[in-house]
Design a protein around this ligand. Sequence first.
Ligand code: SAM
Length: 214
Amino acid sequence: MFEEPQKRLVSHLKQNGYIKSLSVENAFIKIPRELFVPLDLKQSAYVDTPLQIGKGQTISAPHMVAIMSETLDLHTGLHVLEIGSGSGYHAAITASIVGEKGHVYTIERIETLAQMAKENISRAKIANVTVIIGDGSEGLPKYAPYDRIYITCAAPRTPPPLFDQLKNMGKLLVPEGDMICTLMLYEKHGKKFQKRNFGGCAFVPLLGKYGHQK
Ligand code: SAM
């Protein structure tokens, strides 16, 4: 039922240069976005737009998930931290790219959303994701260090603990700013970080210790 709209979305993402690699394309083909959106929005699952998932939060637009996946240069075997699980869709895409030898830890501050993400991920039969409830602005020291860390909401600045929780040569991707923000990529080289700007974006705010005040 969703096969044609899903194919059309993938082709739109490729034609517009959001999907560049085969690994990201395969993940978008493999993971059914309709399993991650509320029942009444299933007809819009393959429209390239964010959708409401409850508690004032959204599942990110597919093009943003594609941009972030390509920018992070994800590949098999990586150990990844995602901050902001939401529906679990973005974590599922990442998990599909890093494969069975890799793992995704995703942390969500709203308990009901974390529970929903867990259920969605399990319904999609994905085994290499662990959903944790907590304040991701402090990272997740328990499973650090990570090859990749990314935040799926807008941070006033990159939370300092994340720099320590990244492996050497690792990549950290953060939308920095208010709702209208800038996608910043940090690459760790010993004690130094190379910083690159990947352009404007829009996200719900990161809350918590190193986030925006409510
Ligand atoms: N990646 C998600 C998906 O595929 O559905 C979309 C994430 S949504 C745009 C951002 C999420 O970040 C929201 O669910 C929000 O509750 C969560 N969030 C905000 N501040 C947080 C924090 N300090 N720790 C963990 N999650 C946080």
